[in-house]
Design a protein around this ligand. Sequence first.
Ligand SMILES: Cc1cc2nc3c(=O)[nH]c(=O)nc-3n(C[C@H](O)[C@H](O)[C@H](O)COP(=O)(O)O)c2cc1C
Length: 216
Amino acid sequence: MPHHVPLSTDVFDVMHTMRAMRRLKPDPVPDELVFKILAAGQAAASGGNTQRWRFLVLKDAVAKKKAVQAYYKRLYDEVLGPRYATSAPPPGSNPAAYARQHDAVKYLTDHYHEAPVWIVACLEGDNPNYTAGSSIYPAVQNMLLAARALGLGSTLTTRHTGYGKECDEAMGIPAGYKSYAILPIGWPMGNFGPLGRGSLSDVVYLDDWGKPYPGI
Ligand SMILES: Cc1cc2nc3c(=O)[nH]c(=O)nc-3n(C[C@H](O)[C@H](O)[C@H](O)COP(=O)(O)O)c2cc1C
């Protein structure tokens, strides 16, 4: 493992520095680290402990990654690019930071397939709904946290679901399963660091909707 990567096992430090890392080196990632990330995913909760997840890891399946990247890029051109170009910066951001985010989103769009490891988080069932989503995204978040703790960069991506059927077919995901997220994983080019978020008091209420929580 490269020594310049700041490792952390403090869960609060990990959460508060886990930026979307969209610029990744193509260098290989040792399998032992991928296994740790996958085990963290499997440790997550699922409704009724049903564990209907499957984690498809794409390493050398370059043609599959490339096929999905083509749809991912198409969705950028059709939806994401225009949206970024016309929408206002989100809470805790500003025009310059938002422009940097847009650049990084564009970069990942062009280099998606070059990430050395993809973890495709899949769930059994044909009915994506609240329960389904909440039985797979905790595993996804656990894997992102584990990657960050190991010094590996990633981003939660779901854009491919805009062409979900086509992408699942391209990845060889059988009928009866759906992909819910793709985590492109690799050694980051940039640094982990503080996140752009709005102020906590804007989104938390105490006892009555809209009532501030004093002291927050
Ligand atoms: C449901 C969901 C879907 C996302 N899909 C994508 C995606 O397809 N591509 C991408 O680059 N980022 C995607 N993101 C990452 C968000 O854009 C990112 O979390 C947000 O910009 C905050 O970034 P930060 O944590 O670095 O501040 C997604 C995040 C979530 C929660």
